[in-house]
Ligand binder design. Structure first.
Ligand code: SAM
Length: 220
């Protein structure tokens, strides 16, 4: 079973997306477990503060080390084998290869930042820093959710057809998926390619391979 822990100030963020579609099915079937740990529960002052202003001045607030590190320690004590991954724009890029790696590891702890990010010293307490891409989100939660979604659909038994994930974009040496069509045969003058209606499976396979390569070359 895949086990995820999410360290966050907003556990409620995850309730609705995880109660839909594929994540819902995976969790319902006991193939995945997602636990949230509220970072604020580890604040020690009377205001339960988790952020403070940056040394040296500047805008915004930073996540304080004490509650975040205490929350990481709690996560590690609950799941000693779990890899602790900090979501940050400064991290390495999240890719399909990473998703496969996390699915195989079957235990992950995702640390979500807010405000202007983390006090730098927190980096010493995580195993890995991960970015969703070269843009800035307002919090780590949407990034953690994307990671979870991409990983959960790769878990054995989650997708209906065993082939669905194997044939997705990026699964084979970074190659993109081919174009797909469904009924009707013609929509507003745009026809489904003849080869797909031919019933010739060898030709269809050849066409799909060529289209995948053409798309991949065009994007790179
Ligand atoms: N000041 C930070 C910077 O410029 O790198 C951005 C902080 S952002 C407003 C707040 C939090 O959102 C971050 O600590 C991180 O957890 C999350 N976040 C924002 N963009 C992200 C991205 N591209 N990938 C992963 N996490 C991201």
């Amino acid at each position: 079973m895949f086990h995820a822990q999410i360290l966050t100030l907003f556990p409620e963020f995850f309730a609705s997306p995880l109660a839909c579609s594929i994540p819902k099915r995976a969790i319902g079937a006991g193939l995945a477990v997602v636990d949230c740990i509220q970072i604020r529960d580890f604040a020690t002052d009377k205001h339960r503060s988790v952020d403070d202003s940056p040394y040296g001045g500047g805008p915004g607030m930073l996540m304080k080390p004490e509650p975040v590190v205490a929350a990481i320690r709690e996560a590690r004590s609950r799941r000693p084998e779990s890899r602790v991954v900090m979501l940050t724009p400064s991290g390495v890029s999240f890719t399909q290869e990473k998703a496969l790696e996390y699915a195989a590891a079957s235990d992950i702890t995702l640390l979500c930042g807010r405000y202007e990010g983390f006090d730098e010293r927190i980096c010493d307490y995580v195993d890995e820093q991960l970015s969703l891409g070269d843009y800035v989100l307002s919090g780590g939660e949407p990034a953690a959710l994307s990671v979870l979604d991409a990983v959960i659909r790769l878990l054995p038994g989650v997708l209906g057809s065993a082939d669905s994930a194997v044939l997705d974009s990026f699964s084979e040496e970074g190659i993109l998926d081919w174009p797909h069509y469904t009924r009707p045969e013609e929509f507003e003058g745009k026809r489904v390619p003849d080869v797909l209606l031919s019933g010739n499976h060898a030709e269809i396979e050849k066409w799909r391979k060529e289209e995948s390569l053409r798309r991949s070359a065009k994007r790179s």
